[in-house]
Design a protein around this ligand. Structure first.
Ligand SMILES: *[C@@H]1O[C@H](CO)[C@@H](O)[C@H](O)[C@H]1NC(C)=O
Ligand SMILES: *[C@@H]1O[C@H](CO)[C@@H](O)[C@H](O)[C@H]1NC(C)=O
Ligand SMILES: *[C@@H]1O[C@H](CO)[C@@H](O)[C@H](O)[C@H]1NC(C)=O
Length: 161
């Protein structure tokens, strides 16, 4: 094996082993709180640093995390929960003043440190409610009606037999 190929392979393996990418970041509204769902890979046992931030008018504000120091104004408004491959941040009292580009970033210490992030642009008017089900039902209400009426139709058919 040529040494270059060997090195390339080794690097690939290292990257996979250290991969801790953010796979998606979504935003939705629960009551008056903004909910950010940051999904990520979880393939390492190394400690991971993370940070939620908001960029507004080119200024970055740290909301929560272990990288930067969260700004005082946000500290009392955020609540955080995490499972093995998802981090969820709630920002209470969401208003148009909180509109902007939200970022979820993961950092893995090492040489060199790996950084992965995802952005989501949040606008008050465009924000959807978190209950995906109700939206789905709204949009597919005719389909749902049809599905619900099917057994009824069948039953009637059965009766007429
Ligand atoms: C990855 O998963 C393990 C348990 O499966 C958990 O202890 C660890 O905190 C997770 N890592 C992150 C960054 O959530
Ligand atoms: C997210 O936004 C930041 C700041 O604007 C930028 O540096 C970064 O590359 C963006 N990330 C992605 C995945 O587009
Ligand atoms: C409802 O359906 C229309 C077209 O079928 C689509 O453009 C729209 O995004 C859907 N709305 C939701 C909330 O899923």
């Amino acid at each position: 094996m040529k040494p270059t190929i060997g090195i390339a392979l080794l690097l690939t393996v290292l990257q996979v082993a250290r991969g801790q990418k953010v796979t998606s970041l979504t935003a939705c509204l629960v009551d008056q709180s903004l909910r950010l769902d940051c999904r990520h890979e979880n393939t390492t046992s190394l400690p991971i640093q993370y940070e939620f931030s908001l960029t507004r008018e080119t200024k970055k504000h740290v909301l929560y995390g272990t990288v930067g120091v969260p700004e005082h104004t946000y500290r009392s408004r955020t609540s955080f929960s995490s499972k093995y491959n998802i981090k969820v941040l709630y920002l209470s009292g969401f208003t148009t003043k909180d509109e902007g580009l939200y970022t979820c970033e993961l950092r893995l210490s090492g040489q060199p440190p790996t950084i992965s992030n995802k952005n989501v642009s949040v606008l008050r008017d465009k924000l959807v409610k978190c209950e995906g089900i109700s939206l789905l039902v709204q949009n597919t209400s005719w389909l749902l009606l049809l599905l619900l009426s099917l057994p009824l139709l069948q039953a009637m058919d059965f009766i007429s037999l």
